[in-house]
Every structure is written in structure tokens, then in C-alpha cells.
Write a protein that binds this ligand. Sequence first.
Ligand code: GDP
Length: 458
Amino acid sequence: MSFTVAIVGPPNVGKSTLFNRLVGRRIALVHELPGVTRDRREAEARLGDLRFKVVDTAGLDEATGEFLEAGMRRQTERALAEADVALFLIDARAGVTPLDRHFARWLRKAETPIILVANKCEATAGDAGVLESYALGLGDPIPISAEHGEGMGGIYEALRSFAEGGEEGAPAEEAGEAAERAAEAVEKARPLRLAIVGRPNVGKSTLANRLLGEERLLTGPEPGVTREAIPVEWSCAGRDIRLVDTAGLRRRARVTGALEKMTAEDAHRAIRLAEVVVLVVDGRAILEKQDLTIARTAADEGRAMVIAVNMWDLVEDREAALRALRDRLETSLPQVRGVPYVAISALTGKSVDKLMPAVFEAHRIWNRRVPTARLNRWLAEVLKHHPPPAVAGRRIRLRYVTQVKARPPTFALFASKPEALPQSYLRYLGNALREDFELPGVPLRLMLRKGKNPYARA
Ligand code: GDP
């Protein structure tokens, strides 16, 4: 038996975009002429192996002012009446608005189960909004980007129990794993966005050409005219790869014949566009200040990273070079502990074939989701063996932990007195999370929030 899902929420939070994403056809226009009354739209949707009917309430976007609330409510009530479950969408970038709170207050009383969905969460844009939204009392928000198709695994997980009359008996863990598999499948179908960054002359262009197997970057578009970057795509081990922002890689003959080199600005833009960053360094001068600056930018932007130690053919004492590298990583990049590195020679091609497998693995870890049940069993163990210190004679209680998003793995921890929890203990928890759930090398976010288990509805 199929089931029906309603998409509800205030105007402009992205309901139509999500509707389109689920239906897979562009039948709902996101921008429409004002003043035209639209009916609710319904269509068959699919998500992984789930088939369901989806109902969009976007028509109420045209109501304004005092009619807005009344119209919204009427539309939503109608949609809820015929739905088995509703996705309540908010715009996480805008944070929780008074309208969201108002909406949530009466949704909490609805008979239809409500799933809170925080939209517009691409990159780190929605992080604060996601955290804030716990206060709506509708349980764990599912962060997504309807526009970019991110977070669909989370929606799959949440909807799965409504399929086939509800497999509610399925243990949460199994559902979590199924969601992870679904998310992985969705991910694999899209090109992996890769950036190659590094100081001038470390061999980025040589490496890019090597990976592409042809001299494509060197013979780019018309020289000297535009700074616009053309994406370059190729495929490796059955995966499509898109090299983002090749502007900094492309050599362009100027009048003087000078080579254009990647600037810090190029590097930053490439990092922002990428999922995985390959940081190319010179094996003879490993992780210099400039290299570290780029690596830290990648970590701050929440990207996965692989270090390509290039010019390996020119390195005389390789053991010493590796020792130096490990040392530098340990002391200067603890925020991405366990970051993978591969020693290569872009010029001769030696070991370049080891780079992409490392990129895929980093991407997989970056996309990982740990089921909430496992996290909380882990938290209980941690608290037993290494409880937080008492502050002013009172213990800080850590009540609940959940992964709010992947890309990079981001966790929320609910505590009785978050402001009093020492940084050192937070670091300990972060490292333990990384170790125990096998999340090496990716930036890992651990956000603290005051409060109780958000599953307990207000
Ligand atoms: P980019 O500025 O980072 O793009 O660096 P290029 O790719 O232009 O490389 C700078 C110079 O280093 C060129 O002369 C390359 O031929 C050379 N080069 C690149 N990789 C290697 C390598 O692994 N070994 C050696 N010996 N030379 C390399």
C-alpha cells in the first residue's frame, strides 16, 4: 500500500523545490505569476525504493498580510487531513522565524505525524538554524538542501517507517543503515566535485593533466579573455569526477608569456565549490606556512581533504620527509586528525593511481551518518568511564547526542550547562567520536546546545 506525504511550511522555504526533487520532474514551477490561484499539487514520488504520493501546499504563498496565516492554516489542515505524514519545512538559513514557531505550535497538536525538515543547508549555511530548530519541539530536524539534492537519505530514513503500512518494528539501527546506503547511492550518481589546490609551482597543473590523461587544461578556451572557470569532467573507477574551478590551474599565455598562477583567492573559491580538496605540496618543503593556510581554509570550510606530496622523485631522504610531514600534521592540523596523504610524482606518474582511491574514501567518510541510537549508547559509555568534570561542585549533564548532518559530519550535543563545559572536554569528546566511529581526516563539528532530549515533545 502506498502512503501520502504532505509538504507544509511558510512561504519561500523551498516546498516546491523539494516537491520537484521528490517527483523528479519539473512539473511545479518554483516561480509563478503572482495572483494566480494554484491548486495544491499532487504527484507520485519516489525516493530510493519508496513510492508515495506527495502533496505540495505552495499555493498559499500568494496570500499576504493578515490572510497569510489563515490561508496557510486552512491549506495545511486540508493537506494534513489526507496525509499519512507531513514534512514541515523551514528555511535554516533564515533561522527559526516567529512564523515557524507559530506554525509549529499547532502542528504539534496535529494528529498527523510531523517530520521537521531544515532546508537550504548546503555547506554550512544552515548550521545555526538547524540547531535552533530543536526548540520547535518537533524532534530532530533533518537538514537538507532541496536545491542541491542533499540530505535525501535523511528524508528516506524518516519516511521509511510509513511505507507498506509501516515497518515500525524495524530497529532504528537498521533504518539508519538503510538510510546511509540510500544516501550513498544518491551520492554516487552525482559527479564528485574535486579541487586541486596548492602553492604556485608545486605541480597542480601537471597532476590535473595526469589525472585527466590528456593535455586538456593546457589547451583550454581562448586565453586571456575570461576568468570564468570551465568545469572539466572525467570518470575514474566508474565514478564521475568534476574538477571545479580550473581558473587557477589553467595556464594562459599573456603578451609577456607569463604563466598565470593560482592565487589565494582562486584557492579559496575552488575549495568552496569542492567536496574533496586535493592539497598538492612539494615533497622537498613539506607543509610550509602557505600550505597550512590552504589546509586550514579547507578545514574551516568543512571540506574533505587529501594531501598529495608531490615531487617525490626529487626527494632524497624520503623517510625524513615523511617524518616531517607526520609531525607537521600532528602539531599544526589537529582539526583534521588522520588526514590521508599520498606521495606521488605528477611528472613521472608514479603512484598517481593511489590518489583517487584516497579521494573516494575521504568523500565516503565525509558523507557518513551515524545512527542516533548508536551515538547515544556510545555517549552513555563515555560518560561512565570519563564523565565531564564538576564545575562549582555541580556536574554538567550531557543528555543526548545526534548527528545533525553529514558533509562534514556534524553532531549536536545537549547539555545542562553548555557554557560551563571545558574546551578540553569537548576536544576529548570530538577525538573520541572520531576514533570510535571511524571518521579520520575529515573536519568534524561538535555543537553544544542547552537542553534536554529533543525527542521529548514540549
Ligand atoms: P602549478 O603551478 O602548481 O600548476 O605547477 P605546474 O604543474 O606548472 O608544475 C611546476 C613545475 O614542476 C613544472 O615544470 C612541472 O613539470 C614540474 N613538476 C610537477 N610535478 C613534478 C614532479 O612530480 N616531479 C618533478 N620532478 N617535477 C614536477
